[in-house]
Design a protein around this ligand. Structure first.
Ligand code: GAP
Length: 448
């Protein structure tokens, strides 16, 4: 069952602690557009870095790319987005609100007198469904005329297809190989919502893997396994991850087969990543629309073919929301509620907090030294204000896995206490071993 309270608490924590803010909030906000604050930007970067490392740095057969958001308008004709990337929508003539045709709140038949607007309640004011393209349009150059219309990309994948030969030639890769990209995408979603789950501006982490026709099914299965493994390695609760296979009528126009990786959010099971077997649809269409040959020449076999594509497409914001929702927990400790974001340490925005027990006896000076030392390797936070218990709680809410306290013994024995966020247990660690202690624990949880 949907747990809206949990979602409300998460949204409020994200704002309070500086993870995520509504865009242009002082002007009343901009619908379904969000800004990442100091902790949020670190969290999302960690998600993206893990994806990039696993896709590009850890593999010899994938190259990175950063294509422009603005592309030639013909790209979107070739991709099918101009003609097919639309939702059926209904307008209310009275209050001017717009709804998806499948909006469950609509009563009656839109276009008929019995239909009732779910917002203003007027009967007979709803239009029949009309197709509405989800791409944002803008104009290139100084003239606002139809010839100058271009689009903000609704997916990053097309930047990869149109560059596939450039990358192939420049990198000396051979099929099978992949191209990975992280970047912004824009969709004028009509029923956006659920915080950063469905937004109008978002980031995708996409990889297109080019394979020999006939080997696509095998690669599709291999990539499904790799991608599910990646989500598990983020430390997400395994029972909250599952597959959803697209039935024939659900398949996108480009896909031969498709599976979604779904996560059980507080508002129900929903897609976080799609794995698609796109066949030769994309390269075939770009070859046709550009008039440029996009075939691959396999020297060893002396044959030419248009590669097939297996795509893995995840939303960086959706995965970030998944990580936040999975990490959020409340516990009762000594009669008080403790709110914890139990992030995997490698994802935590702040790895270690450095806290002098009191603001005297040389402790702040030594703590500052420790802080600067640790900061060379880890994101750290220095906090000397308030009772130590309250400072620990603040770090629990920020998801900081280690809190290092400088106390009397630090001055005499050169040791500190390291308090663990999840167990709240404390270890006594020699100052000269501190960085290694933190490093080893982060690595250990990664390997687990
Ligand atoms: N290139 C294929 C493609 O774009 P998609 O299923 O439309 O496929 C892939 O999108 C992923 O992008 C989704 O699984 C989701 O994580 C993310 N995504 C799509 N639309 C989004 C939106 N409006 N807000 C946030 N993330 C979105």
């Amino acid at each position: 069952m949907a747990d809206t309270t949990l979602m409300d608490k998460l949204v409020s924590l994200c704002k309070r602690r500086g993870f995520i803010f509504q865009s242009s909030e002082i002007y009343g906000g901009l619908g379904s557009v969000w800004d990442y604050g100091p902790l949020g930007v670190e969290l999302k970067r960690n998600v993206k870095d893990r994806w990039w490392n696993s896709m590009v740095h850890a593999r010899d057969d994938i190259e990175g790319l950063d294509a422009a958001i603005l592309m030639h308008p013909k790209v979107w004709e070739a991709s099918g987005h101009v003609s097919g990337f639309s939702d059926p929508l209904i307008d209310c003539r009275q209050c001017k609100n717009r709804f998806r045709a499948d909006d469950p709140r609509i009563k009656g038949t839109p276009g008929q007198p019995d239909a009732q607007c779910p917002v203003c309640g007027t009967r007979g004011s709803l239009t029949e469904p009309r197709m509405f393209n989800l791409m944002f349009k803008t104009f290139m150059g100084p003239v606002e005329e139809s010839a100058a219309v271009i689009y903000l990309r609704p997916e990053t994948a097309q930047g990869i297809y149109v560059n596939y030969l450039n990358v192939l030639q420049g990198s000396r890769q051979r099929v099978p190989f992949g191209i990975a990209q992280i970047g912004k995408a824009f969709r004028n979603e009509i029923t956006p919502g659920n915080f950063i789950f469905r937004t109008r501006e978002f980031e995708q982490m996409e990889m297109q893997f080019f394979v020999k026709p006939g080997t696509d099914t095998e690669w599709f299965e291999r990539w499904r396994e790799i991608r599910m493994g990646w989500h598990h390695a983020l430390g997400l609760t395994p029972a909250r991850l599952r597959w959803h296979q697209h039935a024939g009528n659900e398949l996108a126009h480009y896909a031969r087969a498709a599976y979604d990786i779904e996560y059980e959010f507080p508002f129900g099971w929903n897609e976080i990543e799609g794995i698609h077997n796109r066949g030769d649809f994309d390269l075939g269409r770009h070859q046709e629309y550009s008039g440029k040959k996009l075939e691959y020449f396999d020297q060893a076999a002396n044959e030419r073919y248009l590669p097939n594509v297996v795509e893995t497409s995840a939303g960086a914001d959706r995965v970030t929301l998944t990580v936040l929702a999975d990490a959020y927990r409340e516990e009762t400790v000594e009669g008080e509620t403790r709110v914890v974001l139990g992030f995997h340490p490698a994802l935590a925005p702040i790895k270690a907090a450095v806290l002098p027990l009191v603001k005297k006896d040389g402790m702040p000076e030594l703590a500052t030294e420790v802080y600067h030392g640790l900061r060379r390797e880890f994101t750290c936070f220095y906090d000397d204000s308030g009772a130590i218990g309250r400072r620990y709680r603040r770090m629990d809410e920020a998801g900081t896995p280690f809190s290092v306290t400088i106390d009397g013994e630090t001055l005499t024995a050169r040791t500190v206490t390291v308090r663990h966020r999840d167990s709240m247990q404390q270890d006594r660690v020699a100052l000269d071993q501190l960085a290694a202690f933190v490093r080893d624990r982060i690595r250990a949880t990664d390997a687990a």
